[in-house]
Design a binder for this molecule. Structure first.
Ligand code: NAP
Length: 490
């Protein structure tokens, strides 16, 4: 009897590794699909995390001779940092955390490309004393290496500036340096030129190493210069764009390492980041160029006025509001950034439950850019177990307002500002908004007449059917809840 033929481990891994990579790629795609709905978001996240684990394990097994001690140390330290951050970081600080993650992704891509250049080309290839990087790696990989350094470095420094602005460690105001467009163009062209020189023409270790370092340095400065002029409140759009850059940097690194999965996952991140950026720009009625170069927030005295010049507004207390609510049959809650600041989602839910118990129909009107990051309101309300079916997107809820008795606006401002429809020339003119003023009564819960993110007046405060309920969102809602309970018990 013949002995079974021995399986060549090299041939096995040539088949198994691509299949496992393909499985990871498919899981990544389903993971992202899952993230498009609140209901399936957790599963999507788990799928993507599982895909990443599979990708890491497959890569390690494929590489074979690696020093696992370093990898284990990285896993333990990185895992611990991630776990602590996941537990400790507040929902309102999520954009900062994403900025740091993007920066880490970009930085990793830059370092991997520099390491490949160093280890595979400069250290191991003695021929390079006379040859070029393109000769040693092939033209595609040589170019990818330089692009990876460039995009990775821009992402790293840009994300750090975005993080510092959001944290308030550097001014959130747009910092408009004179001649910045020319300087940026020079830095970009310079970095690209040096990269092409290093990849295709330079010879000798010292020159190639020096040029690669110069590409990294110019790109780091470019990242800072690109983000410094953008106002702090525009950072979520910028972070989404930097997220896309980190994907592009990873895809370029995939070409450097010849790793198909890195190319696929990088492209997925790059494309989804870009789509998200576009969605946010459309919802704010701004072009990407306006966000990147416009210095929004500087033109506060645009038509529509600044936040202070108000005629008489009607201020009420919780007791008056409770009286109105007692006779309401339909109520729509409109949450905004102030709800997130006050962490009022649980008390909103309690009040909604009480109203529903009294036979009132309760829904929530969700504007796509309410809050400070995409999906901000959905996440907060989901945290308070608000049934997903009650969340109505703008197109669905706008036609409902005419038949609505009471709209309770909780810490929202720009997304309910009629100037978007009625004041041509206003910075938000043309931005789709929630037409809450069509309802019987609008209750505005906020602490003062201060403007929102766009820094402009909101005439809704002066409308006849508006009741201003001044106070912190959580405290005012608690007072309202107490009044309603008191009335029910009496
Ligand atoms: P907003 O226009 O920024 O208004 C928030 C309001 O909340 C403020 O007027 C503030 O008024 C009030 N507030 C703050 N803390 C409060 C508290 N503790 N209790 C009660 N009220 C409080 O918010 P929005 O209507 O949600 O609109 C979002 C804005 O952010 C839009 O202009 C959007 O374009 C922009 N943006 C959003 C995203 C995103 O992805 N979602 C990204 C970038 C920019 P008082 O100070 O008087 O209380």
């Amino acid at each position: 009897m013949n002995a079974p033929a021995a399986v060549d481990p090299g041939a096995l891994s040539a088949v198994v590794v691509p299949v496992l990579y393909l499985v990871s790629a498919v899981l990544f795609i389903f993971g992202i699909k899952g993230l498009t709905r609140v209901r399936t978001a957790r599963r999507g996240n788990l799928l993507a995390a599982g895909a990443m684990l599979l990708a890491v394990v497959t890569t390690l097994l494929d590489l074979g001779l690696v020093d696992y001690r370093w990898i284990l140390a990285g896993l333990v330290i990185g895992g611990a940092v991630g776990a602590v951050a996941a537990v400790k970081v507040e929902m309102t600080a999520m954009p900062e955390m994403v900025a740091l993650f993007n920066g880490a992704g970009g930085g990793a891509s830059m370092l991997v490309a520099l390491a490949v250049l160093w280890l595979e080309v400069l250290e191991l290839d003695p021929l390079l004393v006379a040859g070029t990087v393109a000769g040693a790696l092939g033209p595609d990989s040589a170019l990818s290496t330089m692009l990876s350094i460039l995009i990775g470095a821009v992402t790293l420094s840009g994300s750090v500036v975005a993080y510092l602005k959001l944290q308030g460690k550097i001014s959130g105001q747009p910092i408009l340096l004179p001649g910045r467009h020319a300087v940026n163009a020079l830095l970009l062209v310079g970095a690209l030129g040096l990269g092409v020189w290093a990849a295709f023409f330079a010879q000798g270790h010292a020159l190639i190493g020096g040029l690669a370092a110069a590409v990294a340095l110019a790109s780091l400065v470019l990242g800072i210069m690109l983000v410094i002029p953008i106002g702090g409140a525009d950072m979520p759009v910028v972070i989404s764009l930097l997220n896309s850059y980190s994907g592009l940097a990873a895809a370029a690194t995939g070409f450097v390492l010849n790793n198909n999965l890195l190319i696929i996952s990088g492209a997925l991140v790059g494309a989804s980041g870009l789509i998200l950026t576009q969605i946010m720009c459309v919802a704010m009625n701004r072009t990407l160029a306006n966000v990147l170069f416009g210095g929004f927030g500087v033109q506060a005295e645009a038509p529509g006025g600044a936040g202070s010049d108000y005629g008489p507004v009607r201020s009420y207390g919780a007791e008056d509001a409770a009286l109105v609510l007692e006779s309401a049959e339909t109520v729509v809650f409109v949450p905004g950034y102030g709800l997130a600041v006050a962490q009022a989602q649980h008390v909103v839910r309690e009040l909604a439950d009480l109203l529903a118990k009294r036979g009132c129909k309760v829904t929530y009107g969700i504007h796509p850019v309410a809050g400070r990051m995409p999906g901000h309101m959905n996440v907060l309300l989901a945290e308070a177990d608000v049934p997903y079916e009650q969340l109505l997107e703008m197109d669905k809820v706008n036609p409902e307002f005419k038949q609505t008795d009471v709209v309770i606006v909780v810490g929202a401002n720009d997304v309910v500002n009629p100037a978007a429809e009625k004041v041509p020339g206003s910075p938000i003119y043309g931005m789709p908004v929630l037409q809450v003023w069509e309802a019987g009564t609008v209750m505005m819960i906020k602490r003062s007449l201060s403007p929102g993110f766009a820094g402009i007046k909101n005439e809704l405060f002066e409308y006849d059917n508006t009741m201003m309920l001044f106070g912190d969102a959580k405290e005012m809602l608690r007072a309202l809840l107490a009044e309603m309970k008191h009335a029910a018990a009496a």
